[in-house]
Design a protein around this ligand. Structure first.
Ligand SMILES: Nc1ncnc2c1ncn2[C@@H]1O[C@H](COP(=O)(O)OP(=O)(O)OP(=O)(O)O)[C@@H](O)[C@H]1O
Ligand SMILES: [Mg+2]
Length: 464
């Protein structure tokens, strides 16, 4: 049975309301006035509050703001609070909602109306709790769960995570787009045993001082024109937990100095507020640019760099740890199939070889997207072949085009040559003499490249 606290200075009205709530299946208690109300709220946990607006001493609206700001340590700032007004006043109603009231009612509201509004406030609260619980469950498993991979690189990263997680040291994660930087950051938070939340902020969203301040520090109500309610900044939200600064290389030079100072003192004030707030936050930052290079050319402050880079974790691109392609592809195919209730399709050898040989400029995110597309396209069939993979735009040709169009994908001449050789072999149905002719090179040279790059194909084994 939901327990409701009625905060109301008129005892006659309060008792009648309490009796009615009792008839409608609620437990109701009465606090005569706001001081008594706050006292009762700190002593016991209620499911919701019905609070009069006009009361002597602290009025209902101030009590509401007080609770929402989290100023009463023992009182849940998200507690459902429905305001009671004696007359319909649009201004009061708007003010109440802006201060974070769950709803407002006029005192002449009938029993059914009160029940509906109270249940709605309680339902919204349950929904918010449920969402948070689900989100946390997803973060623990599935999507943000285990790092998949068999390569020595992934094992090393897992060792690094286990080693650094419990220490509280700042971690700087580097790697190309889609390699799993955020996944690793979340893993560090999870393994750290820190009880607070994982909160992320994007360096590209801190272009100037104002943004930095409102994002990181939050603001008091009325701090500026749009500040209708108090808002906690990311630092405060991450108290006891982890602040993940993504794309830290994009933080503007001006803002870097401020950021450094905050990270060093872990103390700040909300915009428009005087009280310094001290937090305990673990910092994990990520970047896909070469920060050391930025430091050298003066784009990134070296002191901030060293403050962040206490423990570096570098995640190599997928093409430098091809041993992970197979287990990752299978895991993604399995997940995508499970989500859509389809059978898990199995890539055949030719398909696997294409996946293996591809350059993966978008890294694991790209592999994951391809696998999801493959599951959708596998028309009930359970085998994925070369054709299916090519239909997803993956293949040596696609790769070569990509390199020609984007010469800055960090690919070497050897990579390129290897791809050309494989593509020529594929087009000539894996006959080396024919492939050599296609490329205008001698059979010996072809044979030499095949050995150099360790290229194999099942057809060669059959011919032997
Ligand atoms: N080792 C892994 N095992 C399973 N899934 C992974 C792994 N690494 C990355 N992923 C998945 O790949 C996708 C991209 O990872 P993530 O978002 O962490 O990359 P990122 O490095 O932060 O990319 P960006 O630089 O673009 O922000 C996510 O869906 C993530 O769950
Ligand atoms: Mg990311």
């Amino acid at each position: 049975m939901p327990t409701i606290l009625i905060i109301e200075d008129d005892p006659v009205f309060a008792r009648r309301l309490a009796r009615n709530l009792g008839l409608d299946g609620f437990m109701a208690e009465v606090a005569e006035g706001s001081e008594a109300g706050l006292r009762m709220l700190t002593r016991k946990s209620y499911d919701a509050v019905l609070c009069d607006v006009k009361m002597p001493g602290m009025g209902g609206l101030d009590l509401l703001s007080h609770v929402r700001r989290g100023e009463e340590r023992e009182v849940d700032p998200d507690l459902p609070i429905v305001m009671l007004t004696s007359v319909t006043s649009v201004e009061t109603a708007v003010d109440a909602m802006q201060r974070g009231a769950s709803d407002y009612l006029t005192k002449d509201a009938g029993r059914p109306e009160i029940v509906v509004r109270l249940n709605r406030a309680l339902g919204a609260r349950r929904m918010a709790d449920e969402n948070r619980r689900l989100r946390e469950a997803v973060e623990r498993t599935g999507e943000f769960g285990e790092l998949v991979g068999d390569s020595v690189e992934i094992s090393r990263i897992k060792d690094d995570i286990r080693e650094v997680a419990p220490t509280g040291a700042s971690v700087l994660i580097t790697g190309e787009t889609g390699v799993g930087k955020e996944l690793v950051a979340r893993a560090i938070h999870r393994e750290s045993g820190r009880s607070g939340d994982f909160v992320d902020i994007n360096g590209a969203m801190l272009p100037d001082d104002t943004m930095l301040q409102s994002e990181l520090f939050g603001h008091e109500r009325g701090a500026f024109t749009d500040a209708k309610t108090m808002r906690k900044g990311k630092l405060e939200l991450a108290d006891g937990g982890t602040l993940f600064i993504d794309e830290v290389g994009d933080v503007s030079r001006d803002v870097q100095a401020k950021l450094l100072r905050v990270l060093e003192t872990m103390t700040f004030t909300r915009v428009g507020g005087g009280k310094p707030i001290e937090v305990d936050v673990r910092i994990v930052a990520a970047t896909n640019s070469d920060l050391m290079e930025d430091v050298k050319v003066g784009g990134f402050r070296d002191d901030l760099y060293y403050r962040l880079n206490v423990f570096p974790v570098d995640i190599p691109p997928l093409r430098r740890r091809r041993a992970d392609i197979d287990p990752l592809a299978r895991a993604f195919l399995r997940n995508a199939a499970a989500r859509s209730g389809r059978p898990v399709p199995e890539p055949d050898e030719g398909a696997m070889q294409l996946l293996h040989g591809y350059n993966w400029p978008g890294n694991i995110r790209e592999l994951r997207n391809i696998c999801e597309r493959l599951v959708i396209r596998a028309r009930g069939g359970s085998v994925i072949n070369e054709e299916d993979i090519r239909n997803c735009g993956i293949g040596e040709t696609a790769d070569v085009e990509r390199i020609v169009n984007f010469p800055d994908t960090g690919i070497s001449i050897d990579d390129l040559e290897r791809k050309l050789v494989i593509e020529a072999l594929r087009r000539s149905n894996w006959r080396q003499t024919e492939a050599a002719r296609l490329l205008g090179i001698s059979t010996d040279r072809m044979n030499n490249r095949v050995k150099k790059y360790g290229i194999t194909h099942r057809k060669w084994r059959v011919n032997k």
